[in-house]
Structures are given as structure tokens and as C-alpha cells.
Design a protein. Structure first.
Length: 380
């Protein structure tokens, strides 16, 4: 574990805000963390385009185009209305696997229900114009049911697999009266969803044809998954998941799997009261690949495949909101063998998302009213 900073200096970016760069010693060598873009408002998700620019979501409901030089656009028009309340707003983002030809962008967000005060996670897709200024032909392809009066636990990461199916992570909306639905196959709460790009259901989903089950469901028994990524060798979906007080999890997702919430957890209620498993606990619950107590509050997940950090190839990286850090998850194939908190106690940024850039560096979104994109590279 890290580890005191070795150097600190002020500099300048393409924007007017002050920049910083700082070096850290890690288990595999020295790294440098620098401010790349500043002036975002509570950014949540980020994707790179082929020209090195980025699309970034801001929770208040704005989609921004950020040039490779760090210039932030005005909000892209055409984004659906969002419920910007609590943890809700404009959240996850993904590009269509055929984006170069169809220019489809997928956005997850908190969608208002017909009944006042209710909402849930939804996913829309639209076509991004060539000028990067507007989404057109926007349509809702998934809307989590039921819609409830809660401003918590929206999940909302979007991942396409190697066959072109879209995975959506959802939350169970937190409240004790709602969270039991994570075990209910007739509810979208606390589930991984798998659909086709147009929102239709693949015929090989595990609960297609099961009485009382929603066919979009891929796995269940989840709490609040705010990180998701495909393993680069196996193509399997992995998710990072908020536990209650303690018990944050890294899970490898299998079709039809039950991941136990709220029946079984290593965490407790926020009050400190235990969460005791029932006597008739199902015998087929899937254990987490890694569990953290106390909670770092995971958000954002990726597997590293670049050349800048040869020792990190195949490892996973996970943002931390409560631990204010970036966590490297040491993998041997698809087995977790350890982890490393890279920045240490002096680091103050909540890391909302982490993405590998085309240059092999890691780019981190900070969760703040004056949010940044930080660039993590090998120290020179």
C-alpha cells in the first residue's frame, strides 16, 4: 500500500483552473497523477471517442463533449429529462459497438414515474450528430420497474459484451421495504439486465419462459452496482457493488446467478445492527470474488489491457468514493490474489469512474461540484 507523495507542483491546463501533478510509489513502480480537465459538475460516466476526445455525463443532466485538448463543450442537446435528486440524475454512458457507422450513444438515468415522487433507472439511446452538439432520434429502450419514491441506489453502469448484448446494472433502491425485491424475479430491482441494443430480450436469457419472471433479468440478489466491466480474456461481466455498512463486493456474473442480497452480507445495517441470514437460506448463492470491510464505496470498474503499465495488464481497477482512492485488484487470470490502494490517506478525491485511454494511461473522474478528469501515467 502507498504511501506518501514524492513531489507536488503547480502547473497549467488547457483550461484556466490550476492543475496539479503528483507522484506516488506503488508495488510495481512510480506513477504520476495529473489534472487533465477541470470544471465539470459532478461527472458520473465517461467514454473515449476515436479522435481522443471524450463524452462525459454530469449528474445534473448534461452530456458534455471534451476535446483531446481538454476543452469542455456546452451541453449536448437532446438528452432525456432526468430526476436530479439524491443519487439520481444522468449516470452511465456507453457507445454502440458499431458507433463508427451508426453513432448510437446509450445513457442511463433516473427517470420520473407517472406517480408524483416516483422514479427508477432507465436507459435511452440516441444518434450523436457529427458536430457533437445534439442527440437525435432518442428512444427509451429500458425502464426499471417498479418505480418507487426513493432517491437512492440506481446502479446504472452500461456495458456491451463481445456479442453485442447490452448489460445494465440496477440498484434495489435502498429502503428495507424495497430491497427484498432483489430476490424477486418479478421485479427489476437489484438485478443485472441483459437486452439487445434496441431493447428487445435475447431468447437465451436465463429466465425467458419462467412463470412470473421478467425476461430481461440476467442475474439477481444485488444491492447497488456502480461499476461494471468485461474481463479481457474470458469476456465475462464483472461488477463492483456497494454493500451496506461494510461488505462491498467484487462479483463475477453468471447467467441466472443469485448473489445473495439482502439474505446474506458481510456488512451490517448503517445503525450497526446485524443483518442475520434467514434459516432457510438458499444453497446456491454465489460468493463474491472479493469483499471489503470497511467499505471503500466502489464506483467505476475497468480491466487494464494497455502497454504503459506492463505489470498491470489483466488487473482490474476500481474507484472508491468513501475510501477516496483508486484500488488496483491484482488478478492471476480470473482469480483475485490481492489488492492495492494506490494513493493513500492523504488523497481527497472521490473517484466516480475509471477508464483506460487510447494512450494506455488511466483517466479518473472525480465526484465533485468542481469535478476533474485526472490522468494517471507512468512517471518519467
Amino acid at each position: 500500500m502507498l504511501k506518501a507523495p514524492l513531489a507536488l507542483f503547480a502547473g497549467a491546463t488547457a483550461l484556466t483552473a490550476p492543475a496539479f501533478a503528483q507522484t506516488y510509489e506503488t508495488e510495481t513502480g512510480t506513477i504520476e497523477l495529473a489534472s487533465y480537465v477541470e470544471g465539470l459538475q459532478f461527472p458520473w460516466g465517461m467514454v473515449f471517442l476515436d479522435d481522443g476526445s471524450m463524452l462525459v455525463t454530469e449528474r445534473a443532466g448534461n452530456l458534455r463533449h471534451v476535446t483531446a485538448e481538454g476543452e469542455i463543450s456546452e451541453p449536448v442537446a437532446g438528452v432525456p429529462d432526468v430526476v436530479f435528486e439524491g443519487q439520481g440524475g444522468l449516470l452511465g454512458i456507453a457507445l454502440d459497438p458499431d458507433f463508427a457507422s451508426n453513432r448510437y450513444v446509450y445513457l442511463s438515468f433516473a427517470e420520473a414515474g407517472e406517480e408524483a415522487g416516483t422514479n427508477s433507472t432507465a436507459v435511452a439511446r440516441g444518434v450523436l450528430d457529427a458536430e457533437m452538439t445534439e442527440l437525435v432520434d432518442v428512444e427509451i429502450i429500458f425502464s426499471q420497474q417498479p418505480k418507487l419514491p426513493s432517491s437512492l441506489h440506481f446502479g446504472s453502469r452500461l456495458v456491451f459484451d463481445n456479442d453485442g448484448y447490452l448489460f445494465i446494472t440496477t440498484g434495489e433502491r435502498s429502503d428495507a421495504e424495497f430491497r427484498v425485491q432483489a430476490q424477486d424475479l418479478g421485479s427489476h430491482l437489484g438485478k443485472v439486465i441483459r437486452i439487445l441494443p434496441d431493447g428487445t430480450v435475447p431468447e437465451d436469457n436465463p429466465f425467458v419462459g419462467t412463470d412470473g419472471a421478467l425476461p430481461e433479468i440476467w442475474s439477481y440478489g444485488h444491492r447497488n452496482m456502480q461499476g461494471a466491466a468485461l474481463h479481457p480474456e474470458t469476456g465475462q461481466l464483472w461488477v463492483s457493488e456497494h454493500g451496506p455498512r461494510g461488505g462491498d463486493e467484487l462479483n463475477r456474473i453468471v447467467a441466472g446467478g443469485n448473489y445473495g442480497w439482502p439474505l446474506l452480507t458481510e456488512g451490517t445495517e448503517y445503525s450497526g445492527d446485524p443483518i442475520d441470514p434467514p434459516q432457510d437460506l438458499p444453497g446456491d448463492l454465489i460468493a463474491a470474488e472479493r469483499t471489503w470491510v470497511p467499505s471503500p464505496a466502489p464506483s467505476g470498474l475497468m480491466f487494464y489491457t494497455g502497454d504503459m503499465f506492463p505489470d498491470w495488464q489483466g488487473d482490474a481497477f476500481m474507484g472508491a468514493l468513501a475510501g477516496t482512492d483508486l484500488i488496483r485488484i491484482d488478478l492471476d487470470g480470473d482469480s483475485v490474489v490481492g489488492d492495492e490502494f494506490l494513493f493513500g490517506d492523504a488523497f481527497e478525491y472521490r473517484i466516480r469512474d475509471v477508464v483506460q485511454g487510447p494512450d494506455g494511461a488511466l483517466y479518473l473522474l472525480t465526484d465533485d461540484a468542481d469535478g476533474r478528469i485526472l490522468r494517471l501515467s507512468a512517471a518519467q
